[in-house]
Design a protein around this ligand. Sequence first.
Ligand code: SAH
Ligand code: SF4
Length: 403
Amino acid sequence: MSDKQIASKAPITQDVMTLPRKEPVGGKINLVGLTRTQMREALITHGTAEKQAKMRVGQIWQWIYQWGKRDFADMTNLAKAYRAQLEEHFEIRIPEVVSKQVSTDGTRKYLVRINGGHEVEVVYIPEDDRGTLCISSQVGCTLTCSFCHTGTQKLVRNLTAAEVVGQVMMARDDLDEWPVPGTRKDDTSRKLSNIVLMGMGEPLYNFENVRDAMKIAMDPEGISFSRRRITLSTSGVVPEIARTAEEIGCLLAISFHATTNDVRDILVPINKRWDIEQLLQSLADYPKVSNSERITFEYVMLAGVNDSDEDAHRLVDHIKRYKIPAKINLIPFNEWPGSPYKRSSNNRIRAFSDIVHDAGYASPVRKTRGDDIMAACGQLKSATERARKSRKQIEAEAATPKL
Ligand code: SAH
Ligand code: SF4
């Protein structure tokens, strides 16, 4: 796309305040969220001998991410004096749980507090054969998808890598899932077996922190999630999709939601910046680079807006045209107070699903979980961040060109 074309489209921007990650908080540097290289540098800066640093990182890493320890005193394979030295400069800190609600269906919704007193939501969904944790990447969101509750909340800031991986660590604490040193649980028996980046925020507008956090979650000497058990959901930040394939390699879900640019411009306004064709091309390229399987197309069912038989056929045509290995996840719209849309009827959803299925694609309808505690997709919104985006602010954001 030429610059002129870009300029002619309303650019989507973000207004992000990211906390400097390596800045000591409360005087100490948080070791959580640092890559191995960053941890090594931090240790050397604060007195660890250079030739020992790699080994020390390995030891500390295991205590933090494999055994879930937060206290240097527990790190029994380190000399006492060295532990005291670590204690002086570093801390091991994850977001603090402010509240926890448990739904009648077992879904758990946590509200966690991050630096600066902001809060984000994390949801744990137990199923027969898996347990999925839905984590957040931003407080609020710069984008303004018209059906999404988070989209009505202005972006406060990006989460740091510590805060992203810290949500996983928090859930393992709550599920009592840290293995006892000397043992190792296999993947299938894990209560927390899958991670989805489908909570608050647009993960690809916080790329580096999300990447570093997921790399930590995948590290085999630690939490050791397979990259096939992590799904990143994006509204369609096209340039970052290729980077996700190269630098993270996890599964990808795309908030597709509409089959024409006119409708998608309204439902998912980032479409004005990167339209359906550009998006489909980036999706066609994704599996080759990431060596992953199918891409999940998320499609929220909105009565009378995007749920016709024609839409279903067009959706299939798009996917076929680009030969994208795909599964289509139909999401019954979760209404929220003041939401401008209604959920499609069950019959309509079934008819839509049948068309997609008959065309050769899996088209499961997502079960709504945690309804009684407002834990469903797109309903997440922190209780303390009620600030609604004003129309003026949305316009200002849309008018400022992105880098
Ligand atoms: N920003 C990312 C990830 C967070 S949203 C994205 O947009 O993909 C996670 C999923 O929930 C997305 O598919 C989103 O479109 C969907 N969603 C948002 N609001 C919803 C609602 N009210 N009902 C159903 N799904 C919703
Ligand atoms: Fe942001 Fe995703 Fe909600 Fe759109 S659907 S406003 S990108 S969180």
